[in-house]
Design a protein around this ligand. Sequence first.
Ligand code: SF4
Length: 506
Amino acid sequence: MKNAESPQPRATKLVEPKAFGLPPSALSDPDELHEECGVLGLWSPEPLPVADLLQLGLFALQHRGQEAAGICVSNGKDLVIEKDLGLVTQVFDEARMQRLRIPAANLGIGHTRYSTTGSNLRFNAQPLNVRSSKGILAIAHNGNFVNALQIRQELLEHGAVFQTTNDTEVMINLIARYAKLNLVEATARAMRELTGGFSVVLMDRHTVLALRDGNGVRPLVIGRLPNGGWVFASEPPALTLMGAEFVRDVRPGELVWVETNAQQGKGAELRSMQVLKPRPTPCAFEWIYFARADAQLDGIGTHESRIRMGERLAQEAPAQADVVVPVPDSGIGAAIGYSRASGIPFDFGLHKNPYAGRTFIQPTQEMRDLKVKLKLAATPAVAGKRVVLVDDSIVRGTTSGRIVQLLREAGATEVHVRISSPPIKFPCYYGIDTAARKELVASTHTPEQIRALIGADSLAFLSEPGVREAIGGPVCLACFNGQYPAGQPEEEVRKEALETEGASIP
Ligand code: SF4
């Protein structure tokens, strides 16, 4: 593997992104949890339409981030990056795809991004790239490094220059700093210095690397292309769309890379290094809500887990009702489980407008109700019925209240809200955009107070043991219980302490 080469700027075309002009906030609902990113990497032993394959894969990962998308491709000589704010189909128009279709391309990485408030700037779109003693490196990242600020400060003191405000740049600068180490060794060293929850794909002009933090908080899987090439993706459905076969998950704390010096026939060897001691606690919310219903993560199916959560919820919190209604799409799996375990018929009592996420209408203060109505409408299935309404979570509670109201307006006689996760009381520091703690309704209200706020006849949440058993493995539950398995950023702990001073259950 050529990993200690000198920079060759003249041989490399770096295409800077153009403004897309899309208002990112128009695409997201502040009362929902948002995954921050999806990542993708591809290496092929022979030229392939890499950009087109990555675009397909990113399309399958669109649910993990809808505010920006990017692709970086290389043919061993040129390296081209195209990225911008917007959905995958908006960013990669024909002009951009033409620029990415460089001759004889055989490797690349891709990224979809949801950015937290204040950082939805175009220059934060990924993949990010740096020129270094190892040549040009590009990186795409899902998750958060909890010690990023401290390391950033150290790097600044040693003369590093940062072009973005996101923590991904910290890792790439860290790797670039180890000039005497080859790319694999430098990446392993950076993994040891960084803490938090992160899955990363990284490339130079010859190879692709993929890695997962020691807790395996964010998912990352490996697939094999029919021509012997390798694909790395946040979730298996991206492999399927790219024509790759699922091989296995990247293990917590593992670094894998394609060893291009060891080509065997048409393929190449996938090398692995267990850099960090595995302490698996993947994010429970991947199974509760984020990952696609057709995904298997760490050997556990998301749809099946959601059904088990619903079954368990029905046992823990039964209701006298006539129909079980999911909040589409996130509540469907759990509602199926609740219906099966309770014997209460399942029906679609809410219709979701599939185009609502693309609206650019910005509801004003007076138009808040319109925001839910743009997205959801009650069906006649609830008229005259006692309804069990099943959703995956409550963040601020405002949307839940409006949905209860919609059902009542459509003739529901009772609305019993059942949530297939425990109350969210703490922020996530591992790549999910929860609200600040003071904005989380369960952080400042009891379940009974939340019930009154949303106007439901009854409200119940799934217990922590219920979530654990439904998933069937060790998981991170920090946003429910405040026990962070991969550490907390010091500055956030101080900030949260100040923000919540005086805030208590009234
Ligand atoms: S804190 Fe919550 S959202 Fe964040 S990784 Fe843990 S379980 Fe997932």
